[in-house]
Write a protein that binds this ligand. Structure first.
Ligand SMILES: C[S@@+](CC[C@H](N)C(=O)[O-])C[C@H]1O[C@@H](n2cnc3c(N)ncnc32)[C@H](O)[C@@H]1O
Length: 279
């Protein structure tokens, strides 16, 4: 954007939203431009296009999808790798689902790990088409999963896949849409109990609280420090394991957990504060 364009954009924003909102907006956009420059290296190296924020209204979102959805912003490459490494160690071979997969960065990176399949769900046809082109172009040196696809659909209509599942959320939506998707997940696991984890990246405490209310075992993930954000504005990485229970073969009346011991994994990071970016 040229300086004159930038100035007129800033003045328009100032008139419409006031000084405080404009300063916050400017700070967020500058930080995101810096992240884009860093992550553009990934795009350039692999001949793909995953960087660049896109507002929901530019994608034609309406109704509850617009009300509860978050704009497109890709997860940072280093964070995704750190999360996937820890999730794959937890649970394999599984299907990874990225809810609100956008241009597909997480799908590309996930193909470097031993998932059975990788599926992205994105409501925007425009972003889904870009993701499909990216999937076709991506040729990493260490590919471990060949089944990678983007599905163009509202996440509420997506049928949870069979088998062990790792479900990734980079704060794609909140409110009624998040409630609906969590309800689908719980119904699917109730019908067919199986290993499952929810991996969350972001800073939306409402979304975190909705996932916490499922009562799954929570663990804080170790993530590299994000140098494009202040210390008080770091996003969290959390993993929630479904506490699948089954009858033990020798003691028919007892139950055993298949995904690890409760005491190992329960964490106490609930209600983190000091986070200024609501996502
Ligand atoms: C913060 S971006 C995350 C992008 C990607 N998961 C990543 O981590 O790189 C959120 C994405 O969710 C999508 N989204 C929002 N509401 C949705 C819905 N109801 N169904 C499917 N996708 C949705 C947006 O279009 C956007 O691409």
């Amino acid at each position: 954007m040229r300086l004159t364009q930038l100035t007129s954009h800033a003045l328009r924003h100032l008139r419409q939203h006031g000084l405080r909102a404009t300063v916050n907006y400017a700070v967020t956009r500058l930080a995101s431009a810096r992240r884009d420059r860093l992550d553009a290296r990934f795009d350039k190296k692999f001949g793909v296009c995953t960087s660049g924020d896109v507002e929901l209204h530019q994608l034609g979102a309406t109704g509850v999808v617009e009300r509860d959805g978050y704009f497109y912003q890709p997860s940072p490459v280093a964070k995704v790798r750190a999360i996937l490494r820890q999730v794959v160690l937890d649970l394999e071979p599984s299907t990874l689902v990225d809810f609100g997969s956008g241009k597909g960065r997480v799908l590309l990176l996930a193909s470097e790990y031993p998932f059975r399949q990788v599926i992205g769900v994105e409501f925007s046809k425009e972003l889904h088409d870009i993701a499909e082109r990216n999937i076709a172009a991506y040729d990493p040196p260490r590919r471990q999963c060949d089944s990678v696809q983007s599905i163009c659909a509202d996440a509420r209509d997506f049928a949870i896949p069979d088998g062990p599942i790792a479900l990734y959320f980079y704060t794609p939506f909140t409110g009624a849409v998040m409630d609906h998707v969590l309800k689908n997940i719980v119904a699917s696991l109730k019908q067919t109990p199986r290993p499952a984890v929810i991996a969350y990246y972001g800073a939306d405490l409402d979304v975190v609280s909705k996932i916490e209310q499922l009562g799954w075992m929570k663990r804080r993930l170790k993530l590299p420090f994000d140098r494009t954000r202040p210390r008080t504005d770091q996003k969290m990485g959390l993993v929630f394991r479904y506490p699948i229970r089954e009858r033990s073969p020798d003691r028919q009346s007892s139950v055993a957990t298949r995904t690890g011991t409760l005491t190992d994994t329960v964490d106490t990071v609930q209600g983190q504060s000091g986070v200024t970016d609501p996502r």
